[in-house]
Ligand binder design. Structure first.
Ligand SMILES: [Zn+2]
Length: 432
């Protein structure tokens, strides 16, 4: 079993307590590997063989390497993923004092978290704040991560809820608010969280104009199992695919085709933002690559017609304790390879051609693959693939690695699968 990529994945996720930090970590890795950061406001002059990237909203990213071939013929070879994961966002005016002593934070759920998994774990907050400057249109944006065990959402004890193990339900506004501290002094009670962030950043709390911060789980990721075959960590959906596509791009050898990775934000809340998959961000960027090479708008459309997208988002393994939840003939398991997702309702983009292309890539890479289809009486989820297809008419396949406990605060995937996925991406990017 090759565990180097899985260990690096854990480092990547541990460095990414929010989508802003994930984007920053990806940016640092790209800079270290000679990718040049472009500014969207500049005029671009791009060169064949050049490696570049942009960030959008500090929470999404597109990185690309221009191929050596005729781009209109070789097309873009794309891999898409997303930087965000289910969590809780801290609301404005977050401090709530109860019984004149406990201070808890007002939050709202971001995405479809499996809430029972968030109880009784050391948590903290990370995200970004905007600081006052002389120019009201240009606040200073800073990332913030309070790097300590700061918060916890305590369970209700079983003595006060005898049905806790058989019949639990949670009200997001009442039962899921994390406890920050206890207070005695009247003085301590104002703007507690904002003052904590200000101290962390070394600024006056009055200069924090606004913030966008989320809860995150403090426990570091680990490799577990008798043979060290599992990765146990939060945010595998979908930082595992951000990491796999980034590593595939960085480690693949130069190709005739132009390699592009895109990591969108806001997949977990419907992708309807400027940095989400349902925005013109990717389309505009691809057009600017063509124009930056001195080519025309028609050349852009010619390039699009020869392009391909792998939409990479984690998939479901059959669950060893819930075998009846899986389709009778398509039964992916952890460490048996990447999963191609197929749906008659087109909630995944894979079709008879695009699936065949990914199968052939896996075969070339020496990587096994599996297929996932929902049980016909279960609705299942969707992903960025079909949303990207609303913006770009590029042939696309939806894939991902099998995971257990998707949207838990702590998910489980396979060490070997992560290796397989990166190998398949390297082959996809380097072929020809
Ligand atoms: Zn996802």
């Amino acid at each position: 079993m090759n565990s180097n990529y899985a260990k690096d994945l854990i480092n990547f996720i541990d460095a990414s307590p929010s989508q802003f930090h994930a984007t920053k970590e990806a940016e640092e890795r790209l800079l270290k590997n000679n990718f040049v950061k472009l500014n969207k406001g500049d005029k671009w002059n791009l060169e064949k063989g050049g490696k570049y990237f942009i960030t959008n909203n500090s929470s999404s990213l597109v990185a690309f390497e221009i191929g050596s071939g005729d781009i209109t013929q070789e097309g873009f070879r794309l891999i898409g993923s997303h930087t965000d994961s289910p969590t809780f966002r801290v609301k404005p005016n977050p401090d709530i004092i109860v019984e004149n002593s406990y201070v808890k934070l007002n939050t709202e759920m971001y995405g479809g978290a499996l809430v029972s998994t968030w109880f009784d774990r050391p948590l903290s907050i990370a995200g970004r704040v905007s600081l006052r400057t002389d120019d009201p249109l240009k606040p200073e944006e800073r990332l913030v991560n309070v790097d300590k065990d700061l918060l916890i959402i305590p369970s209700l004890c079983i003595h006060m809820n005898r049905e806790a193990n058989s019949n639990s339900s949670f009200n997001n506004q009442i039962h899921l608010l994390p406890v920050l501290t206890t207070v005695n002094e009247e003085l301590e009670k104002d703007n507690m969280l904002i003052k904590i962030m200000a101290k962390e950043l070394g600024v006056d709390y009055k200069d924090i104009l606004d913030f966008e911060v989320y809860l995150y789980v403090r426990q570091k990721g680990s490799i577990i199992g008798l043979n060290d075959e599992f990765v146990s960590v939060g945010k595998l959906d979908n930082l595992a695919m951000v990491h796999a596509s980034l590593t595939g791009l960085i480690e693949s050898t130069p190709s005739v085709a132009t390699k592009v990775i895109i990591a969108n934000d806001n997949e977990e809340v419907g992708s309807m933002t400027k940095q989400g998959a349902n925005s013109p961000m990717l389309k505009n960027l691809l057009e600017r690559i063509i124009l930056g090479l001195g080519l025309t708008r028609e050349d852009f459309h010619r390039t699009i017609s020869n392009s391909f997208i792998i939409s990479a988002d984690m998939a479901h393994s059959i669950h060893p304790n819930y075998l009846e939840k899986a389709d009778p003939t398509n039964r992916p398991v952890v460490n048996k390879g990447p999963v191609i997702k197929i749906s008659a309702s087109c909630s995944y983009t894979s079709d008879g051609v695009s699936s065949a292309i990914y199968r052939a890539v896996c075969e070339k890479a020496g990587v096994p693959y599996q297929t996932f289809v929902n049980r016909s009486d279960l609705r299942g989820g969707s992903t960025i693939g079909p949303i990207t297809s609303q913006q770009l008419d590029i042939n696309s396949v939806d894939i991902g690695n099998p995971v257990l406990g998707m949207h838990s605060a702590r998910e489980l995937c396979g060490v070997q699968d992560h290796y397989y996925m990166i190998e398949s991406f390297k082959t996809y990017f380097s072929y020809k």
